[in-house]
Design a protein around this ligand. Structure first.
Ligand SMILES: [Ca+2]
Ligand SMILES: [Ca+2]
Length: 233
């Protein structure tokens, strides 16, 4: 399995795609049956989520893996809400490489209890999601390579909260994205990574809000952070 993110790994994904295409071309008529799915993601925390970066992909690909470093795109979204940065990274490694399809669900932050619904059509079998837990230093809601439904029965998955392992969890206003709903006050926060806060870690389960800085308890969570319901249309 390949976690994209470094040029070498993207190159490997492209090579894998080339091999897959060659295999398909030399085989019988490809069983490329595309299916349309409807996905709904619901925020079950008191925190906020960015619009959802998603990918339907082959088993060659993973958007992130626990105990592995986050890709630059996952770091960008987890630290700074860089949804377009991650979208471009995923498109380059998944869509352009012929390993699936990807996109962004929703166009605004998903508040506590809120949800976003979107559709996509693919012949890929796996599905992954990354969405920043906005009122955190580098937390995100993640779903890693789950199976898309093969029958008319909907599938439900729970997204866990992960720490990207790229920014120290100061919970201080100055180090969080300038989102007014995190109650940081006007003119505070940053959408840039601060090298002084580099964590140099790996993706792991997030420990939640620890109360060491300015973030209020209401942004904390325990257990899963979001739910996905996905069904064939
Ligand atoms: Ca940050
Ligand atoms: Ca962190």
């Amino acid at each position: 399995m390949k976690t994209f993110g470094t040029p070498l790994k993207i190159a490997a994904a492209v090579m894998a795609a080339a091999l897959a295409l060659a295999t398909a071309a030399s085989g019988a008529a490809a069983e490329n049956s595309e299916v349309t799915y409807e996905a709904t993601i619901t925020n079950i925390t008191g925190n906020y989520l960015t619009p959802v970066n998603w990918a339907a992909h082959s088993s060659e690909v993973s958007l992130f893996q626990v105990n592995r470093p986050a890709s630059p795109g996952v770091q960008a979204v987890a630290e700074n809400g860089g949804v377009p940065v991650l979208a471009a990274e995923i498109a380059g490694a998944v869509d352009d490489a012929g390993l699936g399809t990807s996109g962004v669900g929703g166009g605004a932050p998903i508040p506590p209890g809120g949800s976003v619904t979107f559709e996509f059509t693919t012949s890929a079998e796996r599905f992954s999601i990354v969405s920043m837990l906005i009122c955190t230093n580098d937390g995100f809601a993640g779903l890693d390579s789950k199976t898309l439904p093969r029958s008319d029965s909907a599938k439900q998955y729970r997204l866990q909260g992960y720490d990207a392992g790229t920014e120290i969890n100061t919970e201080l206003r100055a180090d969080l994205v300038p989102a007014p709903f995190c109650q940081l006050g006007s003119g505070l926060g940053t959408g840039e990574s601060n090298p002084a806060l580099a964590e140099n870690g790996v993706v792991r389960r997030h420990q939640g809000i620890q109360g060491v800085g300015d973030l209020e308890d209401k942004f904390d969570w325990s257990g899963p952070v979001a739910e996905l319901t996905i069904a064939r249309k």
